[in-house]
Design a protein around this ligand. Structure first.
Ligand SMILES: *Cc1c(COP(=O)(O)O)cnc(C)c1O
Length: 466
């Protein structure tokens, strides 16, 4: 594709995206296809000769769009949001245009330095403790996802608690244990399996019935029992905004206990953490000054296209110790000088995309006040929605909802609650998902799409309460 052809098709693509965002509300939120429909519309074999790019755009409309669940639809209330925004899309496009692979400082100094700088900016915007900033012993890095953040914090924790032994000897002796609340995201169990500990290494901390937050006394019991049994506690993960209900664990108490027993404390605030851009929500950071690592996802609720997980450590030596490798073909003077960061040592793969560009574009376009307004709007809508649910005696709220997730159910029980979800989702007008709270089905209304306005939340309540 010549630069002139690229220019012509590029304009068409940008127009296509702008049109899509303008008309996204006109599509059913959930894809209306059956398994295999999309593949049945594609040729069995790849083309022998190149095709015009216009044909790709035509198939995008005819074949791909019907099979899309519209995450950017303003009535998408399922899971957690995956915000897209103009500046993030353009920043991502520029990253593709530059086409750099920033595994080392030397392979593109600006890719590394912008990432370090933007994560310091984000730490300031969220009011994170100084120990996570790059001018301390810690620092930030963009991971693909919160699941990667959980995995690398486990690897760093194992490196630290074993004094580097796991690097050579592995973890096969079944000695290391990991702790998290029963409400926590499945990513930690996966991390235990990937790291070779196995799911049996994971201990579930009981939660308080009223708040669904982890009980510190139970963590202490689990740790004491494991130490007495000859185990080595490696990692405790606290959640700030657990996936099911948004529960917030008492981070400071969990951290103090974890440290007493020599374990690393990671805080997973994948969805909720970004809300700390609003000073009145800074309580979300309580206890972080005791955490060894922390992550939150701008790719959920902070207007930055997937993928962008911001991950910080208080002591980068453990992370780099766990993950650094230096084969001869990557040796270079900048690395040897010790004066630069090589991000290949901060995540699992070697290569990395220039993701900082889109986060930089987002922060510059919206500014701190724009980001605060974005979060505050959704929090206010969720409080209104919760009030409507509370006022209707057919329904009950099942968990605290200080942010933009409201978990609720029909008092009539599981079957009625599930039937309600199936009915509204089948209508195509909105999309929401469920969880289990205390063994009972509950619906999750996760407000936070970039385009969501009050009228969409009102319409959702009308459909749910009809
Ligand atoms: C969404 C979520 C995750 C997983 O996020 P990915 O970035 O998709 O891996 C992990 N933990 C919590 C609390 C989440 O809400």
């Amino acid at each position: 594709m010549t630069p002139d052809e690229f220019r012509a098709y590029g304009r068409q693509v940008v127009d296509w995206i702008a049109d899509y965002h303008e008309r996204v509300e006109s599509f059913p939120v959930l894809a209306q296809v059956a398994p295999g429909d999309v593949r049945a519309a594609l040729p069995a074999e790849p083309p022998e000769h190149g095709e015009p790019f216009g044909d790709v755009l035509r198939d995008l409309d005819e074949v791909i769009l019907p099979g899309i669940t519209h995450w950017q639809h303003p009535s998408f209330f399922a899971y957690f949001p995956a915000n897209a925004s103009g500046p993030a899309i353009l920043g991502d496009l520029l990253a593709s245009g530059l086409g750099v692979q920033g595994m080392l400082w030397a392979t593109s100094p600006a890719a590394t330095e912008l990432e370090t700088h933007v994560l310091d900016w984000l730490a300031s915007l969220l009011g994170l403790p100084a120990r996570f900033r790059s001018d301390s012993a810690g620092g930030g890095v963009i991971q693909h996802s919160a699941s990667d953040a959980a995995l690398v914090s486990l690897l760093a924790a194992l490196h630290r608690v074993s004094k580097g032994r796991t690097e050579h000897a592995g973890v096969a002796d079944g000695r290391f244990t990991v702790y998290t609340s029963a409400q926590t995201h499945s990513s930690l169990e996966k991390a235990c399996r990937i790291a070779g500990l196995g799911a049996d290494a994971l201990r579930k901390i009981d939660v308080e019935p009223a708040t669904l937050a982890a009980r510190p006394e139970h963590l202490r019991e689990l740790l004491a029992r494991d130490i007495a049994g000859g185990r080595t506690p490696a990692l405790v993960v606290a959640s700030v905004g657990a996936t099911g209900t948004g529960a917030v664990d008492p981070v400071a108490e969990l951290a103090a206990i974890a440290h007493e027993y020599g374990a690393w404390l990671h805080v997973d605030a994948a969805w909720a953490g970004v809300a700390a851009v609003a000073p009145e929500l800074r309580w979300l950071n309580d206890g972080l000054d005791l955490a060894d690592s922390y992550c939150t996802n701008p790719h959920k609720w902070l207007l930055t296209n997937f993928d962008c997980d911001a991950f910080w450590v208080a002591d980068r030596a453990a992370l780099v110790g766990a993950l650094s490798i230096l084969p001869e073909y990557l040796r270079n003077t900048a690395t040897e000088s010790g004066a630069v960061i090589d991000y290949r040592d901060w995540h699992v793969p070697l290569g990395r995309r220039f993701r900082a560009l889109k986060l930089w574009a987002v922060i510059r376009w919206y500014g701190a006040d724009g980001l605060r307004a974005h979060v505050r709007k959704h929090v206010a809508l969720a409080q209104e929605f919760a009030a409507w649910v509370t006022a209707d005696d057919r329904f009950e709220i099942v968990a605290p909802h200080p942010l933009s997730l409201v978990t609720f159910r029909l008092r009539a029980g599981d079957d009625a609650t599930r039937a309600l979800m199936d009915r509204v989702n089948a209508s195509g007008e909105l999309y929401l998902t469920h969880t289990l709270v205390d063994g009972a089905v509950a619906l999750r209304m996760a407000i936070g799409s970039t385009l969501t306005e009050r009228r969409h939340v009102e319409a959702a309540w009308r459909a749910l309460s009809a």
